[in-house]
Design a protein around this ligand. Structure first.
Ligand code: NAD
Length: 378
């Protein structure tokens, strides 16, 4: 029995796994609080029909690493709710309100949005119990996708990483896969720093112009519900064509696992800054290093969003949040890339080592945390 119940347990956590069931609204959900040594856990509520307890644990662990690497006073947690996120709004509201009520006293977890939930869902949770981040602006929230918190962080990561690649950001040519909340703001901030966007893609295809694409015009197209391929001055390819674009900086900001061992050889760039979560498989990351392509791993590069959410939780306004994102991601990128170079290890390993050390130090201050840190992580 203990073997089954504690199958995820390692030296970091999880601290608790709670299964929530409320038949009156057909609510089935799981909360995993992974590690709280650094503070109450923050992590999103994911709603999907095919989630599992194991996935919830893996996502909660990823948040432990991300929050620790970002230097936040928060641990990692996650909730998965079984259901179609496109269900009628009143049904969704009832389910999430019931979830919040059931977890009212779980103060080791702070609610946040993830796939299938948004600011409005967070407003319902706040109405029930408080203890939530990423609220609508009208409730004092900082709308992180609207202001481009993650893209703001990515643009600073790119700037720091350029110093490790021996080229200047001003005049550097970059390509972005995915032109949504992360991609479009990253493009905007990087062009403001003098870089030139030569290719962009979305789910409909890729647009390329060696002379540079006008980022504002692309953003306007997307805001009208159109695709980047409707931009008039460029060559169009299929979505996959973005992988072959020769450039200085390649930024995945769409989906997981888009670069894998079968297509990694096609990349023709010097630097990859991972905007999406796990856009490059771990096996392909190792090949990147062999090809001499530097990369900054996802949980270092795309931490702007969670830093913004944590700042909101602690009462900061938008400008203070942006300043803290800049300071934290620049510092962490430099630490990770310096360590990777000095110890001849993968940037991902350097980032994991940094995060585990921070959690370990925090655990050392606590009464109830036994650990002997083996290299066991997700
Ligand atoms: P989004 O839905 O706003 O945008 C996604 C974009 O990717 C869209 O333009 C879509 O058309 C495009 N896309 C989908 N499939 C594609 C394909 N096969 N090829 C090219 N483009 C494709 O999502 P987002 O918020 O920008 O998030 C993007 C990624 O970054 C996700 O992996 C997300 O988990 C991750 N992320 C987001 C944030 C954030 O603050 N929003 C923070 C950290 C990580």
């Amino acid at each position: 029995m203990p073997d089954t119940l504690f199958r995820f347990a390692d030296t970091l956590g999880p601290l608790k796994i709670i299964h929530v069931y409320e038949p009156s609204v057909d609510l089935k959900a799981v909360l995993v609080v992974d590690n709280v040594a650094k503070g109450p856990s923050i992590g999103g509520v994911r709603m999907a029909p095919d989630v599992s307890t194991e996935e919830c644990f893996r996502l909660a662990r990823a948040m432990t690493m991300k929050n620790a690497a970002a230097g936040l006073p928060h641990g990692g947690g996650k909730v998965v709710v079984y259901g179609d996120p496109k269900m009628p709004k009143d049904e969704k509201s009832l389910k999430l309100r019931a979830l919040a009520s059931a977890l009212r006293n779980e103060e080791s977890y702070v609610f946040a949005p993830d796939m299938g939930t948004d600011e409005e869902c967070m407003a319902w949770i706040r109405d029930e119990i408080g203890r939530v981040v990423a609220l609508p602006r009208e409730l004092g929230g900082i709308p992180l996708d609207e202001i481009g918190a993650t893209g703001w962080g990515l643009s600073h990561v790119v700037e720091v990483a350029c110093d490790f690649c021996n080229f200047d950001l001003a005049g550097a040519r970059f390509a972005i896969q995915g032109f949504g909340a992360v991609g479009k703001h990253t493009a905007r901030f990087l062009t403001n720093k003098g870089a030139v966007l030569i290719a962009a893609s979305d789910s409909q295809g890729t647009i390329r112009n060696e002379g540079g694409l006008n980022v504002n015009e692309l953003i306007q197209l997307k805001e009208k519900g159109k695709s980047v391929i409707e931009y008039p001055n460029g060559d169009c390819f299929d979505c996959d064509g973005i992988i072959d674009v020769e450039c200085d900086i390649w930024i995945p900001a769409a989906r997981p696992d888009v670069i894998h061992v079968e297509n990694v050889e096609r990349l023709n760039t010097k630097l990859i800054v991972q905007g999406a979560n796990i856009p490059v498989t771990h096996a392909a990351e190792k090949l990147l290093s062999k090809k001499g392509i530097l990369y900054v791993p996802d949980f270092i590069a795309n931490a702007g969003g969670v830093i913004c959410a944590a700042m909101e939780y602690h009462g900061a306004n938008e400008s203070a949040a942006l300043a803290v994102i800049e300071e934290k991601v620049r510092r962490n990128t430099k630490l990770v890339l310096t360590r990777s170079k000095a110890e001849s290890i993968e940037p991902r390993q350097a980032a994991i080592d940094l995060a585990i050390e921070r959690v370990k130090t925090a655990m050392g201050f606590r009464r109830f945390s036994t650990f002997s840190m083996g290299p066991r992580f997700i």
